[in-house]
Design a protein around this ligand. Sequence first.
Ligand SMILES: NC(=O)c1ccc[n+]([C@@H]2O[C@H](COP(=O)([O-])OP(=O)(O)OC[C@H]3O[C@@H](n4cnc5c(N)ncnc54)[C@H](O)[C@@H]3O)[C@@H](O)[C@H]2O)c1
Ligand SMILES: [Zn+2]
Length: 426
Amino acid sequence: MRRYVKKAPPKAPRDLSRVEETVRKMLADIASNRDEAVARYARELDRWQGKEFRVSEDEIRKVATNLPESFKEDFAFCKQQVTDFARRQRDSMQEFEVETQDGIRLGQKHIPVEAVGCYIPGGKYPLVSAAIMSVGTARVAGVGYITACAPPRDGVAIFPPTLYALHASGADEIYALGGVQAMAAMAHGCVGMRPVDMITGPGNAFVAEAKRQLFGVVGLDLMAGPTEILIIADDSADPALIATDLLGQAEHGPDSPAWLVTTSDALGKAVLAEIEKQLETLPTAEVASLAWRDHGEIVVVDSDEEAVSVSDEYAPEHLEVMTKRLDFYLSKLRNYGSLFLGEECTVAYGDKGVGTNHTLPTGRAARYTGGLWAGKFIKTVTYQHLTPEASRRIAPIMGRVCHVEGMLAHEITADVRYRRYAPKNA
Ligand SMILES: NC(=O)c1ccc[n+]([C@@H]2O[C@H](COP(=O)([O-])OP(=O)(O)OC[C@H]3O[C@@H](n4cnc5c(N)ncnc54)[C@H](O)[C@@H]3O)[C@@H](O)[C@H]2O)c1
Ligand SMILES: [Zn+2]
């Protein structure tokens, strides 16, 4: 039976419908008024004062010259790790052709999406790492053309390290544009962009909702909204380290949940006390304390099995396990975006560049999808090829199924093949 050392207050459904409504109006406005509406929202929401949204080659060169070498080296390390792992994942996708029966050849092929729009969040923190995660991965997947958008920080330009990261990750065009207006511009091809086939990247509640509503106009990677962390811990874990890791993610934004599921009541209480203590000195406590107050939870359970089932119900984006039984959890857990086994690793490693992708499912989307990877940019398609003998052999079966369904024109397409491929000497 689960017990709560701390439970999050119930969320107001009003807030969600307000986001939905705001985004719906903005998308309709942009679909009909295009560039004018995009520019208007950029001015209103991001204090845009620039002329061209598209960042010029000149600006990119200037930024690259001015950034310190140490940053470029750190960036190169992260990019190497993420793209190496992405390449291994891509190579794990197999094309094949199989002869399932005499003369029936069926095959699977992989074709990258042609044009992709990558969103790099930057409202609260300019996420440098998100450039590698989206653009770098799309490049590894073989995407033909990559448009990237990141919000202008000061109303004029993209945060220089993010701009550098976008260029170095392989973006073909970069625009200083944020939020809903960026998602819509990429989908519809506004302000000089080429309309993309798919939009990708994490973002706040407005960005995630814009993606959801644009689905159909374009394809999506996954629902990657406000960050979440869940930690499963037993009495062997260090309460101070757990508190640090929970707050480490709560700093993302006031809507970022942090949950602890533990088999130890004493540990649960110790973590609660630690969080309050650490919030007193945490530099970003202003945001993290709101997130913890409104979305933080500490759940005590009776067994490791119950910890697994509670965690699977929450289906967290990030899941850290700090228990004596790491292998048990690795084999039993089913719903999560990315798993961090043991206290030696932490979500920040995954966020910034240990190698696994940081764009991950939130809002319980981990029940049905994993995170961003090369495969999200690659279409698995199929083909078939039959000999005349095989075609004649299966034509009557296919024809009868058509007939049962009342699809008579379908049936004729099978019948004509049956006659067409009759043996010549018959
Ligand atoms: N799930 C993941 O994989 C993942 C990874 C990294 C970051 N994140 C999340 O990304 C988010 C980044 O959020 P952010 O806000 O810092 O940056 P953001 O770039 O996602 O959003 C900033 C934009 O929001 C728009 N906006 C702000 N207020 C608005 C309003 N009232 N109406 C309409 N539009 C509005 C503005 O246009 C602005 O450009 C965080 O919530 C973080 O948790 C998720
Ligand atoms: Zn994070």
